[in-house]
Design a protein around this ligand. Structure first.
Ligand code: AMP
Length: 297
């Protein structure tokens, strides 16, 4: 485990990060990797702490990946603060930060090769953002090839992304253990997200509707509702009552296939996406049928 509260070394080139990590590998050390887009908060912090607890060396990447943004999305306005990110990464136990420029990651400009994870990428986030998971899977593959981690840490906050990455690693036999970490929330229940910084005070208050909709879905499932359409409609009705929120999707799905089944099985994932003004937020929660214990965050 790294000593928390040391300032991490910031590396910006692929060659240097390889050289540095090769030395750790030669010394027989394990490498924990936390890929992020920066503007770090305690959700990221929890991943970094988990990596630092499990591994000899913890490295955080900070890269706003153009490939996973479509035209018209928030690539150019995505919040950035490298100094704050380094302090947060160090305080949580990371000793290295990899923060490459776009030209370092994509030196040939156009990227002709892409990683597609079929089926899991098509619904929910994939339907609203058709090129998103190809961009995510491609950059994560690239980062795995650059960093060569023993373990990589992802948040359940992006539940579909975690499923896509797990499947990609399994299908491609990547020698990496994928670790899923629970959602970290603000005290009032809003899932932490770098995009929360876009919200006006009124939108920030209205954003709590996502958590309320998940709570309503959970009540329905625990109360014995087996029809996913009924559960989804109940979640949608909660969002409809909040004038500042516009629902994208709400659903009760199988956590492994990500498909909405005809009848809900013993474990259910509730997923939701909504717009608050120009900001799009996502959230999710696990429910285990027959108990009142959520399966995840
Ligand atoms: P991002 O910087 O948004 O790309 O997120 C980087 C990683 O942090 C992803 O694996 C996210 O799922 C994870 N993450 C983001 N927000 C949270 C949160 N509130 N709780 C747990 N993990 C999170």
């Amino acid at each position: 485990m790294n000593d928390a509260n040391t300032t991490p070394t910031v590396i910006t080139t692929v060659a240097e990060v390889r050289r540095t990590l090769d030395a750790h590998r030669r010394a027989g050390q394990t490498i924990g990797f936390v890929p992020t887009m920066g503007y770090l908060h305690d959700g990221h912090g929890s991943l970094i702490r988990a990596a630092a607890a499990d591994n000899d060396v913890t490295i955080v990447s900070i890269f706003v990946n153009p490939l996973q943004f479509a035209a018209g999305e928030d690539l150019s306005t995505y919040p950035r603060d490298l100094e704050h990110d380094c302090a947060l990464a160090g305080a949580n136990g990371a000793s290295l930060v990899f923060a490459p420029e776009v030209s370092e990651m994509y030196p040939h400009g156009a990227v002709l090769t892409g990683v597609e994870v079929d089926r899991l990428s098509s619904a929910w986030e994939g339907e609203s953002r058709p090129t998103h998971f190809r961009g995510v899977a491609t950059v994560v593959t690239k980062l795995f090839n650059i960093i060569g981690p023993s373990r990589a840490y992802f948040g359940e906050k992006d539940f579909q992304q975690l499923a896509v990455i797990r499947r990609m690693v399994a299908d491609l036999s990547a020698p990496i253990e994928v670790m899923g970490c629970p959602i970290v929330r603000e005290p009032d229940g809003l899932a932490m997200s770098s995009r929360n910084s876009y919200l006006s005070p009124e939108e920030r208050q209205a954003a709590l509707v996502l958590r309320r909709a998940l709570d309503e879905g959970e009540r329905q499932v625990i109360g014995g509702e087996r029809n996913p359409t009924t559960v989804a409609a109940a979640m949608a009705a909660v969002v409809a009552a909040e004038p500042l929120a516009e629902l994208d999707y709400a659903a009760a799905i199988d956590p492994d296939t990500l498909i909405q089944p005809e009848t809900l099985g013993p474990t259910v994932r509730l997923v939701i996406a909504a717009g608050l003004g120009t900001t799009r937020l996502i959230d999710n929660a696990g429910v285990r049928v027959g108990t009142d214990e959520p399966t995840g965050a």
